[in-house]
Design a protein around this ligand. Structure first.
Ligand SMILES: NC(=O)c1ccc[n+]([C@@H]2O[C@H](COP(=O)([O-])OP(=O)(O)OC[C@H]3O[C@@H](n4cnc5c(N)ncnc54)[C@H](OP(=O)(O)O)[C@@H]3O)[C@@H](O)[C@H]2O)c1
Length: 256
């Protein structure tokens, strides 16, 4: 059994979806949680559902300086963290003709800038605690070339590249940095299109080797692996949590 008692973990985007499931999995493993997002009511609901008292830190990570400011509040509250889950993110679905410079700035601000600034600001405190684990939430979009999400795909490619570069910078002080790359996961990000696009649920499931959408818990359990000592000699890696969507051919193919 994985035991994270005595560890402190910050999860961004903890108010729903993958972040909420991750907070709950880390809490059940014994970690003390700091929950971040924009919506205080949702964060307080998640906090109330944990087994241990948690701290809610409201932050809009689209704003300049917000990653550094959130880190400062974490340091003032707990003195630092052992586990950092950089999960907050937005999808930015746009065709190339719809995409604006403001869209690109917004999605890079949340998915990339805040992630790196929060990580580098918390790094020294993690090192002072003897090391730690950073888990970045990437996407299958980083390797698969999705239609209508060019800027989003760019942010997730950046997340994976920064995961490797941060692993190099922070490895010598005992901090491991890895990313998980979800495929199609049934969260609020898909709510509207799952309702409004006919056949979407079945069409996308067909592209997955395991023939089903993933759950937020499927991703959270992989984050738990990276947060724990089970992955103590793993850093700079990106692990797909996608039922095979990224690397496994799932289309029907003649066998004779
Ligand atoms: N679901 C999928 O199929 C899928 C696939 C691949 C990758 N991912 C990645 O997984 C991560 C979580 O996605 P999800 O599916 O769980 O989405 P979600 O249910 O929409 O949750 C997104 C979280 O990010 C927070 N957030 C959004 N904008 C923010 C901002 N400006 N500042 C601070 N927090 C913000 C949201 O909280 P507030 O609204 O309260 O701020 C929420 O907690 C994202 O990085 C996403 O790119 C998801």
């Amino acid at each position: 059994m994985i035991d994270l008692s005595g560890k402190t973990a910050l999860v961004t985007g903890a108010s729903r979806g993958i972040g909420e499931a991750t907070a709950k999995v880390l809490d059940r493993a014994g970690a003390r949680l700091l929950l971040s997002g924009r919506t205080v009511e949702d964060l307080e609901r998640v906090a109330a559902e944990l087994t241990q008292p948690a701290t809610v830190l409201v932050a809009d990570l689209s704003q300049p300086g917000s990653g550094t400011e959130l880190a400062q509040r974490v340091l003032a509250t707990t003195g630092g963290v052992d586990i950092l889950v950089n999960n907050a993110g937005i999808p930015m679905r746009r065709t190339p003709s719809q995409l604006t410079e403001a869209d690109v700035d917004e999605v890079f601000a949340i998915n990339v800038r805040a992630l790196v600034m929060l990580t580098v600001a918390l790094g020294p405190s993690m090192a002072a605690r003897g090391g730690g684990s950073v888990i970045n939430v990437s996407s299958v979009a980083a390797i698969r070339g999705p239609l209508g999400r060019v800027a989003y795909a760019g942010t997730k490619g950046a997340v994976d590249a920064m995961t490797r570069a941060l692993a190099a910078d922070l490895g010598p002080v005992g901090i491991r940095v890895n990313s998980v790359a979800p495929g199609i996961i049934t969260t609020a990000i898909w709510e509207q299109s799952r309702r409004s696009v006919p056949g979407l649920i079945e069409d996308l499931a067909e592209q997955v080797a395991l023939k089903r959408w993933g759950s937020a818990e499927d991703v959270a359990d992989t984050v738990l692996f990276f947060a724990s000592d089970l992955s103590r000699y793993v850093t700079g890696e990106t692990l797909g949590v996608d039922g095979g969507m990224g690397k496994v051919g799932a289309s029907p193919c003649p066998t004779s």
